[in-house]
Design a protein around this ligand. Structure first.
Ligand code: SME
Length: 167
């Protein structure tokens, strides 16, 4: 594992599973019939490849709200429309910053969806400087997500950006 060349550190630190999944995501997008199907394939690939990603959804910005797009997981969420600024999802959309919540029960912003959820990561999707959506992943373990997940999901977010529904 790893190597001595410091200049290659960032590349070497990306877990192989993330590189493999990014390739699968690219293929899935290229092969899908259209943007909506492509975005659905992306969440399905993530769910298949990462057991800690229990529930994965993409929310798209619509006016002042986040509206649920494609998702994969054991059950549907009641939070299909979240005002920007509300919940962990709304906070990430408002700030444009990735949110990693190691213990959802310790975060007063958390909007509860599933009894099993213990931790969450929310990664904004950008068009230039503007937040146009986000990836929300819920985990059933405490502290399920780290900075490597953040970097990985930020790369996935960049691939999702062109797939957003347009007015
Ligand atoms: N937990 C999120 C709401 C979305 S559900 O997890 C799918 C939040 O706090 O914003």
């Amino acid at each position: 594992m790893g190597g001595a060349a410091v200049s290659h550190r960032v590349l070497e630190e990306r877990p192989a599973a993330h590189g493999d999944a990014l390739n699968l995501v690219r293929v899935a997008i290229a092969e899908a019939a259209g943007p909506e199907a492509a975005a659905q394939r992306v969440v399905d690939v993530l769910h298949d490849r990462f057991p800690a990603y229990d529930w994965i959804g993409v929310y798209w910005v619509e006016g002042d709200d986040l509206v649920l797009g494609p998702w994969t997981g054991p059950e549907a969420t009641e939070h299909t429309r979240i005002p920007i600024g509300t919940g962990v999802c709304g906070a990430a959309a408002a700030s444009g910053m990735t949110e990693i919540v190691p213990d959802v029960n310790a975060d007063p912003r958390y909007l509860s969806c599933f009894a099993s959820t213990q931790s969450e990561i929310v990664v904004p999707i950008f068009d230039g400087e503007r937040v146009v959506g986000e990836i929300d992943v819920d985990g059933s373990d405490l502290d399920a997500f780290d900075q490597a997940d953040a970097r990985f999901l930020e790369e996935v977010a960049a691939l999702l950006a062109p797939l957003r529904p347009r007015a």
